[in-house]
Design a protein around this ligand. Structure first.
Ligand code: HEC
Ligand code: HEC
Ligand code: HEC
Ligand code: HEC
Ligand code: HEC
Length: 506
């Protein structure tokens, strides 16, 4: 059994008093969980009636989870090997231990050290480490023992006990019927599999599982004003972007694309035939994280980035092979997301101004392109014009492979976060954001964006002029890798799409 990376805070004298009195209050840990507010009144912070606030996740009975009886993925894997193997290479299995997350949590905590920094990370944990939050980890009480499930990020029982959701509220707004699972054992399941399926919210029993509303709970991120600022701040809107799109009208849900065993194949079938393909379910949740799935990285870097070896019974070699397959599917999805075209004049003349435009169409994503954590995820355009002698006439959007720097003048789609002093925030310190701007607005589903370019054509240019346009995707800012992770590696981009034209010189 692994121990959670983060553990309880225990502080000064006040905490000690609380601990002593708690020993008398706490029922035997064999029960179905402790009642927040009754058994542990001091778990609730002075913020809100929901004891898990500023996270919006909650339990149906209002009780905390008991670390003794939270079923880990390994338990489910005994009978659902396929789902386990898919999930274990997904990003959902590491939403908590992900080193990028752990580092960002520490940085946010430090930024608000004397202003309930630790408690405020409940907001983040509602989506990233729900088991920890519901067990009361962020709590001055030592009621929480190590639990394997707590290290598993978004583990099976978090999704499979969701009986309600509020996708517009976001911040993990699921209601989990999770506290009776300690009655579970293999024999009882096999004696009454139908009852088991119902308690695991089988889709035939709970249609919510098949709908975007379920995913929306964690794919809508709104910083509450209790953390900072006068107004709630919308930080991730993937669900709403989807809801406002054609895909929602056509009943194409998140699951259709992201739970398909090969989302790129799904999108290409959809776009080519115009018919909605049948839903096929895989737990890989293919997305964009080509870093945390790259097991070709040297010195076990992928194990480090994912916060350790996977839970459950899978050989390291097999797991690494599964990760590479995930990585292949991710690159495929990125290449299925957009189309690129160049509109150029029929000819250009030496010693004049060349003008052309490049259009990016969001043809494959069921939401904006890019979406998600947009202060980190970004796409940009590279446009390069070369003459017949091989001379580079124009180059915008270059990438320096030695430093990870992108042309400062590039056409880039990124969200710029600023703090109250107007300083740029590079390392995902969401607690400190005072305002943000987009360098260029994300492109809504099925929409496109056209970018105009103009550059001087030299007198001695040799025709024809070759123009190459490339759309690049990068998972995170180099600053996050260099300063937060303190890794001496350059985060390379992934090519999404390319276009090419030749322009005669006249
Ligand atoms: C001892 C074997 C066993 C274990 C352990 C087990 N399951 Fe199941 N599960 C089954 C069987 C058998 C069914 C089929 C029941 C049916 O369809 O009538 C099933 C059905 C399901 C379904 C419904 C599938 C559908 O068709 O929609 C879900 C979801 C599910 N299990 C999730 C889980 C999760 C999550 C865990 C771990 C907490 C788990 N199971 C542990 C045997 C098991
Ligand atoms: C991020 C949420 C999430 C996690 C984590 C998750 N599941 Fe699921 N699971 C779903 C959804 C959603 C469906 C229903 C998809 C559909 O049919 O539309 C599903 C369906 C299933 C089914 C029915 C499969 C089928 O083909 O009909 C089983 C069995 C299952 N899950 C088991 C597991 C097990 C075991 C784990 C952990 C190893 C797990 N799930 C983790 C969301 C999740
Ligand atoms: C029509 C297929 C499709 C549907 C439907 C869809 N997506 Fe996506 N999704 C994509 C594609 C393509 C990408 C990669 C391009 C991008 O990042 O936008 C992606 C990327 C993502 C990413 C990673 C974003 C990033 O760049 O970091 C997340 C998270 C995500 N989707 C969640 C969702 C959720 C949640 C829903 C439902 C509300 C959903 N998706 C619906 C196709 C789809
Ligand atoms: C309990 C919260 C939770 C639920 C429910 C949830 N997700 Fe996620 N999901 C996350 C978090 C947190 C991340 C980012 C983790 C990270 O990068 O460390 C994520 C990441 C993703 C990604 C990006 C993976 C990548 O490769 O970058 C996709 C795609 C995705 N989720 C799709 C879905 C879909 C589809 C559903 C519904 C079936 C869903 N999620 C339900 C919390 C959740
Ligand atoms: C509403 C749920 C939610 C909340 C609250 C939330 N996140 Fe996330 N976070 C996500 C999702 C979903 C993604 C992945 C989106 C994507 O792929 O673009 C993500 C991505 C990240 C990433 C990038 C991980 C990677 O591997 O690239 C970091 C770091 C992160 N979150 C840290 C935090 C911190 C720190 C907080 C609190 C200050 C926080 N998150 C609050 C849902 C959430």
């Amino acid at each position: 059994m692994k121990t959670p990376i983060r553990f309880l805070v225990t502080g000064g004298a006040l905490t000690l008093i609380v601990l002593t009195s708690a020993a008398f209050l706490l029922p035997d840990p064999q029960g179905t969980g402790l009642s927040v507010g009754e058994d542990i009144p001091f778990y609730s912070l002075p913020w809100n009636d929901n004891p898990f606030f500023p996270g919006e996740i909650r339990t149906a009975d209002g009780k905390m989870l008991n670390s003794q009886n939270i079923l880990a993925a390994e338990f489910c894997a005994q009978c659902h090997e396929k789902e386990y193997r898919e999930w274990v290479s997904s990003i959902h299995s590491v939403t908590g231990p992900d080193i990028l997350y752990e580092t960002a949590i520490r940085n946010n905590e430090l930024a608000h050290k004397n202003r309930l920094g630790k408690e405020k990370t409940r907001w983040c944990d509602a989506c990233h480490e729900p088991v920890n939050l519901l067990m009361g980890e962020i709590n001055p009480l030592a009621v929480v023992g190590p639990s394997q499930a707590a290290t598993e990020g978004t583990t099976c029982v978090i999704c499979h006990t969701a009986e309600g959701t509020d996708p517009l509220a976001g911040n993990g707004a699921l209601t989990l019927d999770i506290n009776d699972l300690n009655r579970y054992n293999e024999a009882l399941i096999m004696a009454a599999p139908g009852e088991h399926a119902r308690s695991m919210q089988a889709k035939t029993h709970n249609p919510l599982m098949g709908s975007s509303d379920f995913c929306g709970a964690c794919h809508t991120e709104i910083r509450p004003s209790e953390i900072n600022g006068g107004q709630p701040m919308h930080l991730q809107n993937t669900y709403e972007e989807w809801r406002d799109s054609d895909y929602a009208d056509k009943n194409i849900q998140c699951q259709d694309c992201h739970m398909h065993p090969d989302p790129a194949a799904y999108i290409s079938e959809l776009n080519q035939t115009g018919r909605i393909p049948e839903r096929i379910v895989s737990h890989r949740f293919v997305g964009v994280n080509y870093l945390l799935t790259d097991s070709n990285l040297p010195s076990n870097l992928v194990t480090f980035l994912r916060g350790g070896l996977p839970p459950g019974d899978i050989a390291t070699d097999e797991w690494k092979a599964e990760l590479l397959e995930q990585n292949r599917l991710i690159r495929g999805l990125l290449q299925a997301a957009a189309d690129l075209s160049i509109s150029a004049p029929e000819s250009v003349s030496p010693n004049s101004e060349g003008a052309l435009s490049v259009t990016i169409s969001n043809s494959g994503a069921g939401h904006s392109l890019p979406t998600g954590a947009l202060d980190q995820r970004h796409i940009w355009l590279e446009v390069k014009a070369t003459d017949a002698a091989g001379k580079v006439v124009y180059h915008s959007g270059w990438f320096d492979e030695k430093t990870g720097q992108i042309d400062p003048a590039a056409v880039i789609y990124l969200k710029i976060l600023n703090d109250v002093a107007g300083e740029r925030i590079y390392e995902h310190i969401l607690f400190n954001v005072a305002d943000y701007t987009y360098t260029r607005d994300p492109i809504p589903a099925k929409a496109s964006d056209t970018v105009d370019y103009a550059f001087p054509i030299p007198p001695a240019v040799q025709g024809p002029l070759t123009v190459d346009a490339t759309l690049w995707y990068r998972l995170a800012l180099q600053e996050l890798v260099t300063y937060s992770l303190k890794l001496d590696i350059v985060l390379p981009p992934v090519m999404m799409e390319q276009a090419h034209v030749e322009i005669p010189i006249r």
